[in-house]
Design a protein around this ligand. Structure first.
Ligand SMILES: O=C(O)C[C@@](O)(CF)CCOP(=O)(O)OP(=O)(O)O
Length: 326
């Protein structure tokens, strides 16, 4: 029996990963840049044993069906190949999110699984190699290996595509992110499907890739200068451009719901009224508000005029992956 356990925190992209150059290896079209947070994380344990007759996956104590186990099984195959073993495994993941609002991102889940397999199979991977392995489970997971600001270098092969921490002199500790949980969306297009449809059909896609490469430079420059407004501006602009690509896909789709628009308009109105806040969104209706830690209370209270407290979650910069005792 090989056992291992790890904890990994979710990360929110400020410059988005949105489209693969290689679907099998999960190589992205452009670099992305994220902030690892402290409020949401996944703890995953894995046991490989010759006595198991198939891979099983429990999420928050619930046995998952075939479909929900797909990404996990694919990842276990990668780990088994890397270790040269052929034993089935039992995976138990626990998502720690302040609310069950479907916030559990695949990023923290697959990163924690990568860490657990690294420990269980004694792969002894460096952070860079662990990031590469996590990437093949889910692209954004490769960024959760590190805390703080992280850049996923797109590279051009399995060997050259991995995340690296961005030197920031701990400026991330002065920032905060308030999640506005919007649950009025019916079935969403999963990020994997959404980005593939966009790559394949969106007439805006090529200009997205070009502008994302420029945005990465702007974001890294803002981090170097600790320039909050420059970081906020490029974050909000990059998010809007990413979501614009989905409207030009065929068939078109959007992750925005009425609640999302209400939240985005609120943040822009707050900024016009002099509050320092910017938003970003991912493959879902939730809106994330980037602000400074010293102003988070004021911004939280202003948001409370339009959104109930149970829909608001404050997060701060988080740490990289941690190994845990079984
Ligand atoms: O996180 C970001 O950069 C932006 C997104 O969250 C969406 F807005 C993409 C996440 O994609 P992911 O779930 O990693 O896809 P996979 O590689 O197909 O598993």
């Amino acid at each position: 029996m090989h056992n291992g356990k790890a904890r990994a925190f979710t990360n929110i992209a400020l410059i988005k990963y949105w489209g693969k150059k290689d679907q099998q290896l999960i190589l992205p079209m452009n670099n992305s840049l994220s902030l690892t947070l402290d409020a949401f994380y996944t703890e995953t344990s894995v046991s490989f044993s010759k006595d198991y007759t198939k891979d099983t996956f429990y999420l928050d104590g619930q046995l998952q069906d075939e479909k929900a186990t797909q990404k996990v099984r694919h990842f276990l195959d990668l780990a088994r190949n890397q270790a040269g073993i052929f034993k089935y495994a039992t995976v138990c993941s626990q998502n720690f999110v302040p609310t069950a609002a479907g916030l559990a991102s695949s990023a923290s889940g697959l990163a924690a699984l990568a860490g657990a397999c690294n420990n269980a199979l004694k792969l002894d991977l460096s952070p860079k190699e662990l990031s590469r392995l996590a990437r093949k489970g889910s692209g954004s997971a490769c960024r959760s290996i590190y805390g703080g600001f992280v850049e996923w270098e797109k590279g051009n092969s399995d060997q050259t595509s991995f995340a690296v921490p961005i030197a920031s002199n701990h400026w991330e500790d002065e920032l905060a992110m308030i999640f506005i949980l919007i649950n009025d969306k019916t079935k969403e297009v999963p990020s994997r499907n959404g980005m593939q449809r966009t790559v394949d059909t969106s007439s805006y896609y090529d200009s997205w890739v070009k502008s994302a490469d420029l945005d990465i430079k702007k974001a890294k420059d803002a981090i170097t200068k600790n320039d909050f407004h420059a970081l906020g501006k490029v974050t909000e602009s990059n998010c809007l451009k990413m979501h614009a690509t989905t409207l030009a896909a065929s068939p078109p789709f959007t992750y925005w719901s009425p609640g999302s628009l209400k939240a985005m308009n609120k943040v822009q109105a707050m900024r016009q009224a002099g509050q320092n806040c910017y938003f970003t969104m991912d493959a879902g209706p939730n809106v994330k508000v980037l602000c400074r830690k010293k102003e988070v209370e004021d911004i939280y209270h202003e948001l409370q005029k339009d959104f109930p407290a149970e829909q608001l979650v404050i997060a701060y910069a988080g740490k990289g992956i941690e190994s845990l005792e079984m």
